[in-house]
Design a protein around this ligand. Structure first.
Ligand code: MG
Ligand code: ZN
Length: 223
């Protein structure tokens, strides 16, 4: 009997979804709103998290899970350095986080104290989109140097998004990035997607993002 490859992949995803449900319950019980933050390598994920912490830190306790393919704690160290709890999950070479990995991360954080949990996924535009982690929303950071064709080349990740952040707008004068073309591609895949254009370098656009996030946090507390 040959093993059906499609069936194997389906079984893996079903097992993942069961653990994702448990993660969602744990986060809801703790009153922690959570974001699955995805992007390609170098899009500015950690910088964006640091800017978000800076904008909200007076009244929002933020925890971070850092997914990395190698046992380096560079990103988690940066978050800890600004006084917020962060844990690093080493995926052991895997190119995405899954729900079991996040579960291990959640167990190392003081969840009841945390209002907002940001999960920095592994830098990759393909398989992170296939694994539900149990987080509340999916956010993608696209950055100007990556080019304006990415929604056309990586449609799956754009289809599953709740929020899109376009980072490094300070580089627009130097790079041929057709914002209209990019946004048209996004609109085809995910009509009306909430989008923020920001520069983590200059701080442009961060206030609008932080205001929106405050609104989401307030709404989640009323549920
Ligand atoms: Mg990072
Ligand atoms: Zn992967």
């Amino acid at each position: 009997m040959t093993v059906n490859r499609v069936q194997v992949v389906e079984n893996i995803l079903n097992a993942n979804d069961q653990v994702a449900q448990l993660n969602r319950q744990a986060l809801d019980n703790a009153g922690a709103f959570s974001i699955n933050l995805m992007a390609s390598p170098g899009a500015g994920k950690t910088s964006f998290i640091l800017k978000t912490i800076q904008a909200l830190r007076t009244d929002v306790k933020i925890g971070v899970v850092e997914g990395d393919t190698a046992p380096v704690t560079i990103d988690a160290d940066k978050i800890n350095a600004v006084g917020m709890p962060a844990v690093q999950i080493n995926t052991g070479g895997e190119c995405h986080l899954d729900a079991v990995m996040l579960k291990a991360g959640l167990q190392q954080l003081p969840l009841p104290e945390i209002d907002l949990l940001i999960v920095e996924n592994v830098g990759n535009l393909i398989c992170p989109a296939a694994f539900d982690l149990g987080t509340h929303i999916n956010l993608l950071i696209a950055s100007i140097p990556e080019g304006d064709d990415k929604p056309y080349k990586y449609p799956n990740i754009y289809r599953g998004l709740d929020v899109l952040v376009i980072n490094k707008t300070d580089l627009l004068p130097y790079i041929d990035f057709r914002m209209d073309y990019f946004r048209q591609g996004v609109e085809m895949l995910n009509p009306g997607l909430t989008t923020f254009a920001v520069s983590c370098k200059t701080g442009e656009g961060i206030d609008a993002w932080a205001d929106w996030l405050r609104g989401r946090l307030a709404a989640s507390r009323q549920v």
